[in-house]
Ligand binder design. Structure first.
Ligand SMILES: Nc1ncnc2c1ncn2[C@@H]1O[C@H](COP(=O)(O)OP(=O)(O)O)[C@@H](O)[C@H]1O
Ligand SMILES: [Mg+2]
Length: 519
């Protein structure tokens, strides 16, 4: 309140203030019960005081810094490094708000941070799911895996992942097909791993996918002795088996041609169709065979996938390569066929989680913690329960819920926070909200904040590129920051239209494009 004695009527000012905390002996404390209560003199905080809030926040060794205050760019804003990476992080903002650059800045700082002056890599382990191939330029030393060199063996697929690849979405609830798939895959794994103690459907054990196809093909045309289902007659053979298991095992070896059905008579036995030979699995078997032979899916079903071991696959994903280790592995997903994107993300996510899990179990510690970075996370972890994304969604949700125990954290970036699975979002403890223009997304972010801070989100639509509202457990208090520009930059998806259009007419080799198209 202020009085003006010189002229005219008094002016009264109202200050709408929320107590944030106190600064005592240069140390900022949030909240507290000794806040000033009017009437007391009110002054804006000086730059030194504001500076002191941030410069003394957290012990020196715990500070991790990637931004400054927007209004006072010479004041650095640290976050508590352990709390920041140990709990999941979300970066949200409209396209062009600076999400990718922010991800790059944070990761560049993380791989450069060292607790001594040793040379060589630090012990950070980061995997980026790069959907637009933009990160390679920001991390020239990274281990980049594109569709040409990615190998994800089919024998590592989980039930959900298999269903996503092999079953038509309308058929996914077909219990018959699911259970048949489970039975035969388990059988194939047992057959090829006779030394293994326990074999489950999803044990990471090799088997021949051709065996699976043969067995299913045979079942789809099977005929058998009407009186004895374990007795079959084929062109070349007349066989009786001891068990259903033994019969199925023999069906794995090659496609058979079964005797035609016939009615029993005095001198002939009756021959019936097998249980699956009624046409009900024909579509499924055809689909399976066509997937396995699809040239674009050779990174899953090709020959190389049977040559790699489980440890090779994990090593490849973790940046451990003979002679050229790297802190960052970039999974360039831009060439992955759309229909297997979710399955690919799911399998890799699950393998990395399981790595964390078994590392902890075998060593009783987590000394190689991982950060998994998902760009455009709403694309494969959407809120709506679309069957197509079931696998990737549940793999990422599992990390959101349990990853912390095993040293596996998430960093998700998205332009549509309101479309990301709430399970994932609600597990994030640190947020960078960049410019957001969509009202649904704005109110979504507002809901994350305590009521008293609601009005700080009013500025969200007008933030500049690289500016963000930093909120969460790792910050001393919520504030609007300017993220330090990264160097080198990710390759921007911004195309300088006008510049390019001003150039001379370009000739186009349509042939070359068509060739790429048909690959
Ligand atoms: N910290 C920053 N300072 C200045 N410009 C930035 C900053 N971050 C991003 N930009 C600019 O904003 C544009 C979009 O950034 P980008 O990270 O690609 O956004 P998004 O991933 O959200 O679409 C880029 O052209 C970049 O130059
Ligand atoms: Mg981006």
């Amino acid at each position: 309140m202020k009085e003006n004695a010189d002229t005219g009527p008094d002016r009264k000012y109202m200050i709408d203030a929320y107590p944030l905390g106190t600064l005592q002996d240069g140390q900022f404390k949030r909240g507290g019960d000794d806040l000033a209560i009017p009437p007391k003199k009110v002054l804006p905080a000086t730059k030194e005081e504001v500076g002191a809030i941030y410069s003394n926040a957290f012990e020196v060794g715990k500070r991790f810094c990637f931004s400054q205050l927007t209004r006072q760019r010479d004041i650095k804003v640290p976050v508590h490094g352990d709390r920041f990476f140990n709990k999941h992080i979300a970066i949200v903002g409209a396209t062009g708000s600076g999400k990718s650059h922010t991800v790059a800045t944070i990761l560049q700082e993380a791989i450069a941070a060292k607790n001594g002056d040793y040379t060589g890599l630090n012990n950070s382990h980061i995997v980026i799911f790069d959907i637009h191939s933009e990160y390679q330029s920001a991390f020239p030393e990274a281990n980049v895996i594109g569709v040409e060199d990615l190998i994800l063996p089919y024998w590592l697929l989980s039930e959900e992942e298999m269903e996503e690849v092999f079953l038509e979405s309308g058929d996914r609830n077909n219990y018959n097909q699911e259970s048949l798939l489970r039975t035969i895959v388990t059988l194939c794994k047992e057959k090829d791993n006779s030394g293994a103690e326990k074999v489950y459907f999803d044990s990471p054990l090799k088997y021949s996918v051709q065996d699976l196809v043969n067995c299913l093909m045979n079942l789809s045309v099977e005929t058998k002795d009407a009186d004895n289902p374990l007795h079959i007659i084929t062109d070349s053979d007349d066989k009786s088996f001891d068990s259903e298991q033994a019969k199925l095992e023999s069906y794995c070896s090659a496609p058979l041609s079964f005797a035609p059905t016939q009615r029993a008579s005095k001198d002939k036995i009756g021959i019936n169709k097998g249980a699956y030979a009624d046409g009900s699995i024909d579509k499924f078997v055809r689909r399976l065979a066509s997937k396995i032979n699809n040239p674009r899916l050779q990174f899953i079903f090709g020959e190389k996938s049977t040559e790699l071991s489980l440890e090779d696959v994990i090593g490849q994903l973790m940046g451990y390569k003979a002679g050229v280790n790297s802190n960052i592995t970039i999974l360039d997903l831009s060439g992955i066929p759309f229909e297997v994107l979710s399955m690919t993300v799911s399998l890799i996510t699950r393998l990395l989680f399981d790595y964390g899990y078994y590392y902890r179990r075998s060593k009783n510690t987590c000394d190689t913690p991982l950060l998994l970075v998902y760009e455009e996370a709403h694309k494969y972890a959407p809120k709506s329960g679309l069957a197509r994304y079931k696998a990737s969604l549940s793999a990422i949700e599992r990390i959101a819920k349990e990853g912390r125990k095993y040293g596996v954290s998430l960093l998700i970036a998205s332009q549509r926070p309101s479309e990301i699975s709430e399970t994932i979002f609600s597990q994030c403890s640190n947020f960078l909200a960049m410019r957001l223009t969509n009202p649904d997304d704005q109110s979504y972010v507002r809901r994350l904040l305590p009521d008293t801070l609601g009005n700080i989100t009013e500025g969200l639509p007008s933030l500049g590129a690289g500016e963000a509202l930093l909120i969460g457990e790792a910050t001393i208090m919520p504030c609007v920051v300017y993220v330090t520009p990264c160097d080198p930059e990710p390759s921007s998806s911004d195309i300088p239209y006008l510049d390019i259009w001003k150039e001379e007419w370009r000739s186009i080799s349509f042939e070359e494009i068509a060739k790429e198209w048909k690959k």
